[in-house]
Design a protein around this ligand. Sequence first.
Ligand SMILES: *[C@@H]1O[C@H](CO)[C@@H](O)[C@H](O)[C@H]1NC(C)=O
Length: 361
Amino acid sequence: MGLRVMKVPNLLILLLACGVGYIGMQREDAWYRLTTTLAAVISLAQMPEEKLNRFLWSYSMFQKDQFTGEAGEVDLLTDYYSVLNHLCAIGNFEKMYLPPYLDETKDVYSNQKLYEKKMADFLQLGPGTKAVDIGCGRGRIAHHVASYTGAHVTGLNIDKEQLRQAVEYAEQTGLSGSQLDFKHANYNDPLPFEDNSLDAAYYVQVLSYSTNLEAFFKEVYRVVKPGGRVAFEDYVLGTNYSASNPYHVELKNLYKPVLGGVETSLPEAFKAAVEAAGFQVLYHKDDSINGRQAPLLRQEKDFWLPLTSIVGFLHSMGLVPEVYFKVMQRMTAGTDALIESDELGIVSCGYVTFAVKPTEQ
Ligand SMILES: *[C@@H]1O[C@H](CO)[C@@H](O)[C@H](O)[C@H]1NC(C)=O
């Protein structure tokens, strides 16, 4: 399979634009970003159209407010992530989460790194310790945590395509086996670890597809050692959200797809489930400065919306198949609703829960 229609000159234009952008932003990771963008664009250009159409169709899952475990949900999820991960890897969203806005002078990528360090510090990870990254995606967070702390991290994910990316990167950087390994798993099933076998567990914005929050946290509790620490970062409804306000409901329905959000619970529901599992919660808050992520979202909007327009333009010139334009439009739809919701305090993607499994029961 070659690069269908999306001809090499178009790819070069797109990459040149991204490259100039990254270097213009004076990014420390400009070379990594550029090569990752190139690999992502090539993966997308080689993708069968049917797979792109399944991605468009997978958005039907965001009509739900909760996964129930019914047949087909896992297929929608893998159809969604197996394309989305490449799309997100074109830009700052390779790790596919909107971090707490911890430093106003920094972008999404740098704030992600800051949050990951804060999380790893809380988890007290170091050489000889073991952690699990639940819903690890392309394994970049696990890689950062492992290289920052010296710990061993096992990443779990439901999408084999992302796991391949994770393994490849771990191998390229020499951490595969020694500090990183990856397993195919569904976090709604029992976790693939013995009781009391891990020093720490964490996830970053993945619990949106949980069928049962309490059962999930009980599983995490089972696999972590007494005294072990856990860190959860979630997308939640903001505390100003009112289910009886039709405008809030409308905004929520608009922003859920761009967030990848199915589960819609207030932070208290997560905290209650963590406590019901037996953990002692030490820290539970919206971790962004002033509880706002809108400035980060605006920066990202200024990258993704022009990119969508470029793809639309290339399509109008007959240079790119329509499905790519639809995919970009689908991916970015709801961005404005998300920014407005953040400003109203009816959504938060920066809610952090740090907890510990007590040593005495
Ligand atoms: C809730 O809304 C009020 C204004 O109506 C605002 O001042 C406050 O910051 C919002 N709360 C959050 C958590 O965003």
